[in-house]
Design a protein around this ligand. Structure first.
Ligand code: ASP
Length: 328
């Protein structure tokens, strides 16, 4: 065993004009979440417990697009989704269309641990939440001023997301972002609005157990009832005996690619190492779409990859390595 490793993300595709203070705030939040996970791992917490703990923290802070601060539907409401998977036993839980649950990742965990199912949605998920006694809040709790403003912009542009494509080789940071030749349409809709980002966490613990979790409000100005990749096991989240993976980016493209599962599959069937597997799926599975992912392996390795201008991310390993970054 190679010791514990942890990675967190706060979404792929970064607004090239994101003010420096917001970049700093994001880095601080990612650092705080990594430290929270590291302390738990140092106390021998299991991978699945650490994933839940860290994603809860990200959901509770309004900065990223999950829990409080979730992206809004076209009706200005919040419909959150989350999933979690324990690779050791290949057990999983997921929820969609959640409107009052403060921490959707914990509800997903309860679906895994306390229900006979893997995935509950909308009124059934809410009823299960009430039955399990999880913390509930008014829908308004999740809605932030920033997101109301962003929804307005999205509506004016009749758009669902901004697309940040691959920067030219050799460019990084703001230079790369401004150099990107942005397409103007996606799924037939004009692209002009920055969408805030989904969160995720992957962990391998000292026993070599891998786990993954992802939580999101989905895409800004999404249709009511839209389900993205984040709650779909195999698309946005996957964990096996070999690895744990959490994805972010354009949900429809991630679903078509079964992105998270493909990382595990190429490790399993092609014998690729973790970083090779991540690079392989990012390069070969994402037709027109953009996405990023974080991954850990049972050997204590950690990896990430993305095909857009940046991804909010942080990684740490037991040997003392720690890095928080946004751009390439
Ligand atoms: N993948 C998410 C979705 O499509 C969005 C994101 O990662 O920011 O719902």
């Amino acid at each position: 065993m190679g010791g514990w490793a942890i990675a967190v993300h706060g979404g792929a595709g970064v607004d090239p004009n994101l003010p420096a203070e917001r970049q700093e705030e994001a880095k601080q939040l990612l650092t705080r979440c990594l430290n929270l996970g590291i302390s738990a791992l140092e106390s021998n917490a299991s991978a699945i417990d650490v994933v839940e703990l860290v994603v809860r923290e990200l959901e509770t802070d309004p900065l990223f697009n999950s829990g409080r601060g979730s992206a809004l539907t076209e009706k200005g409401t919040v419909e959150m989704e989350a999933s979690i998977m324990d690779g050791t036993r290949r057990r999983c839980g997921a929820v969609s269309g959640v409107t009052t649950v403060k921490n959707p990742i914990s509800l997903a965990r309860l679906v895994m641990d306390k229900s006979p199912h893997s995935y509950l949605a909308f009124s059934g998920a809410e009823a299960f939440a009430r039955q399990q006694g999880v913390e509930l809040v008014e829908n308004e709790y999740f809605i932030t001023e920033d997101n109301v403003g962003m929804l307005k912009l999205a509506k004016e542009a009749n758009s669902i997301l901004f697309d940040y494509r691959i920067p030219p080789v050799g460019c990084a940071g703001e230079a790369a972002a401004t150099a990107i030749d942005l397409p103007t349409k996606m799924n037939g809709l004009p692209i002009s609005v920055y969408s805030p980002e989904t969160v995720g966490c992957v962990v391998v613990d000292r026993e070599g157990r891998c786990a993954a979790g992802t939580s999101t409000g989905g895409l800004m100005n999404k249709m009511v009832g839209r389900i993205g990749d984040s709650p779909l096991i195999g698309a946005g989240t996957y964990a096996s005996e070999l690895c744990g993976v959490s994805c972010t980016g354009e949900g429809e493209a991630i679903i078509r690619a079964t992105l998270a599962r493909d990382v595990a599959a190429v490790m399993e069937y092609k014998g690729l190492e973790l970083q090779e597997a991540v690079d392989y799926v990012i390069k070969n599975r994402l037709d027109e779409g953009f996405a990023g992912l974080i991954a850990v392996s049972d050997k204590g390795e950690v990896a990430c990859g993305f095909n857009c201008n940046g991804m909010f991310r942080g990684i740490a390993t037991e040997d003392g390595f720690m890095e928080v970054a946004i751009w390439e």
